[in-house]
Structure formats: structure tokens, C-alpha cells
Write a new protein. Structure first.
Length: 471
């Protein structure tokens, strides 16, 4: 696909005020993307890499402004670009306001063909990925040269969306829910009848059926548990949307899911599973009351809510990767957690938990102390001496080739206990149908310096990125 076509379609999508009509336009674009489908899906979201991949372009606004100025001609400098940005308010509109055609024909497209008639989606993707790999002496100049080459070959509309893509801000009104619904409509809906005939009576609970499994009863101190990675679009309840939703939750790769949906349909989506080393969207919770939870569930699993930072542990049998709630790689700042996992696990596994800071006798320290470790890229050993951290695991998502996302919470706890039950990383959760008993557990947790407690439905599955009940 020509990048000019992608830009024109993106512009039309941005100008469409209706949600349903917007989804229809995205459906049409995905249907026409051909071999560029995964890239087009990512570009629509302002991504070059999948959501789970922490790779960045390492291009800040200043470098982007300089590249735009250079492509705009000798009478424009970065200060001019910044002044226009202050006036217009958005870098895509600024880039689109310049005529880059005057610089063409100078043979300045670094690494490209000076005779090329136009950019393609694949070429833009390749050049941006090239920028992400540039390191060492002179790296900023080489990034600038590559960006200049892209803008130098761009039309006004192309430049608008290229600038936004570089900064990861497409601003076209397409969120994750819109892409999810479009993928379902474009590639899966037509397959639903056939699937229904083949699997009559099957349990279709793989999607967000258990989205309300967890209630956080920590006196409202739950800022870390209420965020939801999706936009305002909610699944419409159809089987196709649920299938796409589940595949996205376990893969965090919209481009790959779109390709599988197109090529393999519902069956292909259902076959996408958790992959060790690729983070899953974390299951989240919201504030609620024990009374509401017990009325709904009858009884609840009661867990300590630690005042720490969420971490997802991936062990492939040889190496450990640690990811934050936002799927950032936090392996390097937490060497003692890595060492603990390598020492205690003897099979591949994916665990959900928190990293907590503790003092000399193991008592919890405030959350701010954990942040000191997460944010430290250098002097890790020194910080390790200043702030001691430990893992507190509370869920098990995968063990030795077996995905457990659809297993009940009680079964996942059993697997976790089998892995780490003889360590301090796992505490024995309570199970109760008595509000007074739950209140007593909460009081004990608070007295011990923890943030409160979590209530979970004993038979609930692990529903990534789902919110809990408010109460």
C-alpha cells in the first residue's frame, strides 16, 4: 500500500464524526491493506511496534522539529517549526503546512532511491525501525538524516501523519476498541455461523465474561488498580468481537491478531495463546465492598493488597523477564527478583504479582521506595543496597507449556503454591463468606503495613485488562 493512500484514508477517518461510520472506514482500510495489514493496524494506533514490545524510536520533539525544518528548505529552521507549533498546537498540522516538494530530486533520501515516486507503508515502517536500531557515536545525526529523507519524500498529507506516527500520536479518533471491532467485522463475522455449527453448545467464555471478578476493598487507595487499557468502545457482546478481544488480551499484538483473523478466522484467533516472554495485559480491579462481593459470589478469596508495584514474571526455563503493569521491561532494575525466580523455578512459568520494598526485618516500606528501584537505570547495585525489594506473587498464568488463563482462580492458586509455596513470595489467601471475618483480615493487613485486601471470586478466570466492580 502506498503511504499516500494510508494517509488519505487516515485523514478521512479523522474527519468522520460518527463512531459506527468510523469503524466502517477502518474495516474498508483493513480489507484493502493486503500484505501490509499488520503494519497498517499498528500505524492506525500510532505504533511501529506491537504494544508488548518496549522498543522505541528514541526520537524526541526537538529532533523531529529539526528534521521537518530541514526538509522544508533552507529558509526554515527548528525555531520556525516550534513557533508554528505554538500557534497551531499540533505537530502533524505543522508538518502538513510545509511544501517539501522543493527538496526532492536532491538525492538526499538517506538509504533510499532518489528516483522513487512515493513512499510505501512498508518503506515507512522499515525506515522507522531502522531509526530504532541506530546507536553509538553520531546516532542522533543518522536519525535526523533518515527522518529528513522520509519527510523529503512526503506530500503534505503524508507529512501530517508521518509526524504524528513518529511521536506515537495519530489523533484520528481510532482507539483499541475501534480496531478490535473493525478486525471482527472485516475478518471474523462471516465465519461465525460456520463456527457455531461446528461447536454447538461450546462454552464461549474465553472473552471478558469474568471481567468483574475482582473487587478492591482498600479504603479507596486503589489508583493503580482502576486503569483500563481500552478506550470507551466496549465489546458489543458478539462472538466475533469476544474472540478478537481475547486474542488481543493474550498477545498484545493488534497487527498479528488482524493477520490471523484474516487468514485463519475464528479458529486461528482461538488458537492464539500466552507466550512466555510476551507480557499479557494485567487483570485489574476497582473499589468495592465485601457485602456486594459476597452477595454476588457467595464467598470470596481474600488476598493482601500490597503497597508495591505490579510485575509480571516470565521464566522460559533459562532466563527471566520482568514487566510492569504497562508492559515496560523492568528486568534490569530488579536483579534480586531475577535471582529469586531463577533459583526457585525449575519449569517455564508466567506469574502475576507485585514487587514490594521491605526493611531489614521484612516489614513493608512505602510505595515510593519501590519507585526508586523501578526508575533506576544506572547504579542498580548501589540502589539494591539502599532499597531492598522482594516478589509477592498472587497468580499463576502459565506453567510448563500449559496456559491457565481460563482455569479457575482456586486452581491457579494451587499451581502457584506448587511452584513457590515454600517461599515467602506466596502468602496463603483466606476464603470466607463472612463479612466480619473479611473485615478482620483487612484490619490485620493494614496493621502489618499493607495497603488493604483484595476480594476475588473463587471460580473466576483470569481476564486480562478487565476492570472490577465499583461499590
Amino acid at each position: 500500500m502506498e503511504f499516500a493512500e494510508f494517509a488519505a484514508r487516515a485523514e478521512a477517518i479523522a474527519e468522520e464524526p460518527g463512531d459506527l461510520a468510523t469503524t466502517d472506514l477502518v474495516v474498508d482500510l483493513l480489507g484493502d491493506a493486503d500484505g501490509d495489514l499488520p503494519t497498517v493496524v499498528r500505524f492506525l494506533q500510532g505504533r511501529v511496534y506491537p504494544a508488548w514490545d518496549a522498543t522505541t524510536l528514541d526520537v524526541g520533539p526537538a529532533l523531529l522539529h529539526e528534521a521537518i525544518a530541514r526538509a522544508a528548505g533552507p529558509n526554515v529552521d527548528a525555531d520556525d517549526v516550534e513557533a508554528k507549533l505554538a500557534e497551531v498546537g499540533e505537530i502533524g498540522a505543522v508538518a502538513g503546512s510545509y511544501d517539501f516538494g522543493g527538496q526532492r530530486g536532491l538525492g538526499a533520501f538517506t538509504g533510499g532511491d532518489a528516483e522513487s515516486e512515493g513512499l510505501t507503508v512498508a518503506e515507512v515502517d522499515e525506515r522507522l525501525r531502522e531509526i530504532a536500531t541506530i546507536t553509538g557515536e553520531g546516532s542522533e545525526r543518522r536519525r535526523l538524516d533518515t527522518l529528513f529523507g522520509l519527510f523529503n519524500s512526503a506530500s503534505s498529507t503524508e507529512a501530517t501523519f508521518l509526524a504524528r506516527l513518529v511521536l506515537g500520536e495519530m489523533r484520528i479518533g481510532v482507539g483499541e476498541g475501534t480496531v478490535r471491532d473493525a478486525v471482527a467485522a472485516a475478518f471474523v463475522d462471516e465465519d461465525d455461523d460456520a463456527v457455531a455449527d461446528e461447536s454447538s453448545g461450546a462454552d464461549d467464555s474465553d472473552g471478558a465474561a469474568d471481567a468483574d471478578d475482582a473487587a478492591d476493598v482498600d479504603d479507596g487507595e486503589n489508583a493503580d488498580d482502576t486503569a483500563n487499557s481500552h478506550d470507551a468502545d466496549d465489546a458489543d457482546g458478539s462472538d466475533s468481537v469476544a474472540a478478537v478481544e481475547r486474542a488481543l488480551q493474550v498477545s498484545n499484538d493488534y497487527g498479528m491478531v488482524a493477520r490471523v483473523a484474516r487468514e485463519e478466522g475464528r479458529a486461528g484467533l482461538d488458537s492464539i495463546g500466552l507466550e512466555v516472554g510476551r507480557p499479557v495485559q494485567a487483570m485489574l480491579a476497582q473499589a468495592g465492598s465485601a457485602t456486594d462481593a459476597l452477595e454476588e459470589w457467595g464467598e470470596a478469596i481474600v488476598e493482601t493488597k500490597f503497597d508495591g508495584a505490579r510485575v509480571q514474571v516470565h521464566y522460559d526455563g533459562e532466563s527471566v523477564s520482568l514487566f510492569s503493569r504497562n508492559m515496560d521491561d523492568v528486568t534490569d532494575p530488579l536483579p534480586e527478583v531475577v535471582e529469586f525466580v531463577e533459583r526457585e523455578l525449575d519449569v517455564p512459568a508466567v506469574l502475576d504479582g507485585e514487587v514490594v520494598a521491605v526493611d531489614g526485618d521484612g516489614s513493608p516500606l512505602p510505595f515510593q521506595e519501590v519507585l526508586r528501584r523501578f526508575r533506576r537505570k544506572y547504579d542498580v547495585e548501589r540502589m539494591r543496597e539502599e532499597v531492598r525489594v522482594e516478589l509477592r506473587a498472587f497468580d499463576c498464568l502459565h506453567v510448563d507449556g500449559e496456559d491457565l488463563l481460563d482455569a479457575p482462580l482456586t486452581a491457579r492458586h494451587d499451581r502457584l503454591d506448587a511452584l513457590l509455596g515454600d517461599t515467602d513470595a506466596v502468602s496463603e489467601p483466606a476464603r470466607s463468606d463472612d463479612p466480619e471475618e473479611i473485615a478482620s483480615v483487612e484490619e490485620a493487613a493494614l496493621d502489618a503495613g499493607h495497603e488493604g485486601i483484595m476480594l476475588k471470586e473463587p471460580e473466576s478466570t483470569y481476564a486480562p485488562a478487565s476492570g472490577g466492580r465499583t461499590g
